[in-house]
Design a protein around this ligand. Structure first.
Ligand SMILES: [Zn+2]
Ligand SMILES: [Zn+2]
Length: 99
């Protein structure tokens, strides 16, 4: 997490961390590892990371750091036909509906 996160950003990231993996939810799969907070990279250019509100809940072992995950070959994004921004939209939708 960014060292410059504001209180509001920290609170938001805490809520996202408490969510179920958005990718597993959309794939209708059972989540098998804890949720990580992933900063989206789309539209950020190069190695730069998005701001602290632009975060997704992704399960650590699979959708986040797994070989098919968002830091892997991104198979799950292709199956879903979604971008990271689409997942962000779905995340905010779920958050505001209280899942
Ligand atoms: Zn997952
Ligand atoms: Zn990540």
């Amino acid at each position: 997490m960014s060292k410059t996160a504001t209180k509001a950003e920290r609170e938001h990231m805490g809520r996202v961390k408490a969510m179920n993996c958005i990718c597993c939810t959309l794939l209708d799969r059972r989540q098998e590892s804890p949720t990580d907070v992933h900063h989206i990279r789309e539209g950020q250019g190069g190695a730069q990371r998005a701001g602290n509100f632009l975060v997704l809940p992704l399960c650590h072992d699979d959708c986040h750091q797994g070989k098919n995950g968002i830091h892997g070959d991104r198979t799950y994004l292709r199956i879903l036909k979604m971008t990271e921004l689409d997942l962000l939209n779905a995340t905010l939708d779920a958050l505001h509906r209280g899942r």
